[in-house]
Structure formats: structure tokens, C-alpha cells
Design a protein around this ligand. Sequence first.
Ligand SMILES: Nc1ncnc2c1ncn2[C@@H]1O[C@H](COP(=O)(O)OP(=O)(O)O)[C@@H](O)[C@H]1O
Ligand SMILES: N[C@@H](CCC(=O)OP(=O)(O)O)C(=O)O
Length: 377
Amino acid sequence: MSKLKLSGWKRAVIKVGSGIIAPEGKCSTRYLLPIAGFISESINSGKEIILVSSGAVAAGLTTQPALSKKNHRSIPEKQALAAIGQSILISLWSRFFDFPCSQILLTYDDIHNRRRFVNAKNTLNKLIELGTLPIINENDSVATEELKVGDNDNLAAYVAMLTEADLLIICSDIDGLYNADPKRKNDVKLISVVNKITDDIFSLAGKSKNPVATGGMKTKIEAAQKATNIGIDTIIINATKKEVFDDLAKGKVRGTLFKKATSPVNARKHWLLHALESKGKIYIDKGAENAILKKGASLLPSGITRFEGEFKQGDAVDIYKDGSNLLKPIAKGITQYNSSDLSKIKGRKSVEIEKLLGFVITEEVIHRDELIITETK
Ligand SMILES: Nc1ncnc2c1ncn2[C@@H]1O[C@H](COP(=O)(O)OP(=O)(O)O)[C@@H](O)[C@H]1O
Ligand SMILES: N[C@@H](CCC(=O)OP(=O)(O)O)C(=O)O
């Protein structure tokens, strides 16, 4: 297997899949020692690590064998398994470290709601500063299916974005991305480097055969796409092989390296685009359209013709060209004015804001740093 050189990194998110926590369906420390060794060594050399660990359901199953048939499990049973297994998981990891571990259980909302996103980010940074190893999982015990990230590969990419990591390490039970699933086909080839994630790359990914795993290869590529887009190198490695970590400690990758984008979107804009839900629609005139699309300007109240929806200051809104048949928004941004205030200042000059509202937050409704163009042509 060829080995690639990794760029220097300071902060990494390491995601460990259920197949590593529970090989052959049984929760075990068999493969955790080399991972833990790598984590300790990295932290001792001044690097920062955040661990995203799957395996709560798998660990819970060890005490509840009667619930082993996946298709027969009710949602409360699955949620109970995650609750039982989560504490097993944390104690499993804790025994490897001589620094404290801390636990954060995230839900979809923690990433998609701005206030909670900032809150989670601040807590995580503090936990790292305090010298702990944050261990993250999805809060499966309370999150309802429709309000879940759904898999820990994507969750790890969100955590990498949240913590502004410079490396995402996805530890699985396979050497990396192959041109087909090696567990289903013979004569497959490992792809050691992916410069750009295209539909062809996605088409290589199959599902997992492991009954305790969730994502398979598709969610790992999705995670790599999210992370590389914002400038985070992503690797998939086989955590059942100790030598993989020996090499990694020397900056060499045995596995698949998804190279970070050459012109990454900054993390805040990426989150705005992919994670934050829009609360309304703002329609703009031709002048504002030219200003934001061609000059990279902020959106001023004078260019706003109308809007739809009720939103608060700090909410995301989609921006549409007024009077055109275009069904897609041309941009998305964070509004400085709520919908009630916007109804008074739309179409008016910025100098009039104080007279109209009695206060000024900013002279623009959406600052250009909080505006991302979504129109592709
Ligand atoms: N193109 C592919 N290359 C490598 N593995 C693949 C591919 N397509 C599907 N897979 C499967 O994905 C599995 C890894 O995903 P999964 O079992 O969900 O792992 P984890 O629990 O680590 O998230 C591999 O064991 C393999 O069977
Ligand atoms: N949150 C779940 C794992 C979800 C998941 O994505 O699993 P995996 O595909 O093994 O990384 C658990 O702890 O059981």
C-alpha cells in the first residue's frame, strides 16, 4: 500500500466507527489501544484531538442480547440501547488515558441552530483548553429520527467544522475507499488519493454489511466532502491495523487521503450554507443584485423590495431576484434586522434607519461577510 505524506496539522477530529468498537458485533477494546496510543502521543506533543466515537448501540447490546435483532427493535428500545451503551463506551475509552475524558452528545439542532452552534463550539474549545479529551456522539437517546444528523461520519465533519480542525481522521474496518466494496467484490483497488469529490467518487460507495454500523462508505465520502470544502484534509484509515497509526504518527497516510479544496469556503460561510436553516425569503432589485453578485457588497435596505416569513435578528434568510422567474435563491445570509423591523426599513436608505426604527443595528441588512452567493452561473 502506498503511503502519502500528510500536511502538518494542529487539531484533528478522529472518528471511530462501530465496527472498531464492536468487531464481530461484540464490544471490545481489541482495536482501541493503538488509537488511544496515537491520541495520547499527539496530545503529549502539543496537538489537539476531539474524538467522535460510535458504538453506543453496539455497547448497549452487550448487556441486552434479547434486543439483538435490528429489524425487530422499536425506537424506544434503540434509544434505550444507546443510553445504556453510551456510559459503557465512555468508560471503555477512559481507561486508556491519564487525562480526563469529557462527553458531549450532540443533536442536529446543535449544529443547525446558530445560538446552539456557538454554544457547542465554545464548550468544546473550553474542554480542550482544560486538557480533556472531548468524546462526542449523537444524542441517540433523545433525538427523534427526523431530527438527527443520522450518522457519525457526517457528525464528525460537522464537529471538524465546529472546532475549526485541520484534519479529519475516519477510522474504519477497511483500508480506505476502494473502487468497489472489498467485502462484496474481489480484485478491487484502493484509491489512495482523491483530489476532488465528484459523482463518480460517490458512485463507488456501497452500504455497510455490519449490523451495528450505520453509514457505510457513502457517508464517509459525504463527510470528506463537507470537510475538504472548508479546507480540512480528510483520511479514511483501517483502525484494525496498528502499523497504520505508527505511520500516521510520522505524518504518513496508509489509506485514502481526500485532499482539502484549494480555495476553501470559510467555515462560517460553509455552515451558513449547509447547516443553517432559512427562516424567510428576501427579494431584491436589480441594483442590489449587481452589488452583491458583481461587487461582493453587503445588502442594504434600499435594495430590498419585499420579503416573506417571520424571522429574528441573526436568522438565515434566502435572497431572491424580484420579478424574475428564477425559483432558486441567488444568495443566503444572516439578517441583522428581524422581519418586523425590516417591514419598516425595506426600500429605504440606510441613513433613514434611525428615524424609522429609533435605533440602528448596522447600516446593512446583511453584511457581506455573512452572505454567501448560491447562484452558480
Ligand atoms: N467502495 C468501498 N470501499 C471501501 N469500503 C466500502 C465501499 N463500499 C462499501 N464499503 C463498506 O463500508 C464499510 C465501512 O462502513 P461502516 O461499516 O459503516 O463502517 P464504520 O462503522 O467504521 O462507520 C466497509 O467495511 C465496506 O464493507
Ligand atoms: N450513534 C450511533 C452510531 C452511528 C454511526 O454512524 O455508526 P457508524 O456508521 O458505525 O459510525 C451509536 O453510537 O451507536
